[in-house]
Design a protein around this ligand. Structure first.
Ligand code: NAP
Length: 268
């Protein structure tokens, strides 16, 4: 776990749910925080909670799809808190649920933009500075939906699958610059996004993941100890030590990412 008091993290979707929990947990490890979301009052309440516990945080009201606003935020954050060491692209939307033919196109597309344009906007905004410093970590919030068909939310699934390919492609180009990029999957976590979803209503308690576990995964990946796993899709239940010990096999068989297999085996 990173305990440096000088590190800076920017978390999108930090006003509630998983993003709020990650922000509070990183603050306890000594990070200074930039908190991004649309709801200023909710962001300020997270900031107040962090500051009451002795931490440092700044709030930035923004829609993550707004590129000029992202550039302003990064500029202000770097001048007020310091260069960004860790970007967590957590903001996400699953609002356009149901079969595609019943979705309102604009609602569907806005969700897709939040889930994939948002991370691209924030990656672009931080990368110049990370490349100049030859260091940084980017964590993109994937999902079970990244890797399996989701009949009840195809737009969400498409955008979360795209995030995996964004991460592994970016990991290749940023590796020579000392930057790591991961997609993480938090399991099923009780938040505003999942609370009232009918298919989750009768699930047993063991189907749910603890929000603390995704916070621990983010802390471990941001420590730099697992940079050899950059580009991989890592589930909250994965054992990072075991993955690190099996790195040769993970690389040779191209595990922990999206790939296509046909009747002859993996398509190269
Ligand atoms: P949540 O409780 O609904 O929180 C979503 C967060 O994203 C809020 O802070 C929201 O803040 C922010 N957000 C949404 N659209 C935004 C936009 N256009 N611009 C800026 N911020 C925006 O959801 P959650 O469960 O914590 O999910 C967090 C991430 O984990 C998402 O990417 C989600 O897809 C992923 N995930 C969640 C689960 C789960 O079981 N909960 C499972 C797999 C993956 P404002 O409304 O204030 O803008």
């Amino acid at each position: 776990m990173n305990t440096s008091p000088t590190k800076v993290a920017l978390i999108t979707g930090a006003s509630r749910g998983i993003g709020k929990a990650i922000a509070i947990s990183l603050s306890k490890s000594g990070y200074k925080l930039a908190l991004v979301a649309r709801n200023t009052a909710a962001l300020e309440s997270v900031r107040d909670e962090i500051e009451a516990a002795g931490g440092t945080a700044r709030c930035y009201e923004a829609d993550v799809t707004d590129a000029p606003r992202a550039a302003e935020i990064i500029h202000d954050c770097e001048s007020q808190l310091g260069p960004i060491d860790l970007l967590v692209n957590n903001a996400g939307s699953s609002v356009a649920g149901g079969p595609l033919w019943e979705n309102d196109l604009e609602t569907l597309w806005k969700g897709i933009e939040t889930n994939i344009r948002g991370p691209i906007v924030y990656c672009k905004a931080v990368l110049d500075s990370m490349i100049a410093r030859q260091s940084g970590t980017i964590i993109n919030m994937g999902s079970y939906a990244s890797i399996r068909p989701i009949e009840g939310n195809p737009g969400y699934a498409a955008s979360k699958a795209a995030l995996v390919r964004l991460s592994d492609s970016l990991a290749v180009s940023t590796k020579p610059h000392g930057i790591s990029v991961f997609t993480v999957s938090p399991g099923l976590v009780l938040t505003d996004m999942t609370r009232d979803v009918p298919i989750f209503k009768d699930l047993p308690p063991e189907a749910w993941s603890s929000i603390d576990d995704i916070c621990k995964l983010v802390a471990n990946l941001s420590s730099g100890s697992y940079s050899a796993l950059s580009g991989r899709f890592i589930h909250v239940n994965d054992d990072l030590q075991q993955l690190a010990q099996n790195l040769d096999r993970i690389k040779s068989e191209n595990l922990y990412t999206l790939h296509l297999a046909n009747l002859e085996g993996p398509v190269q």
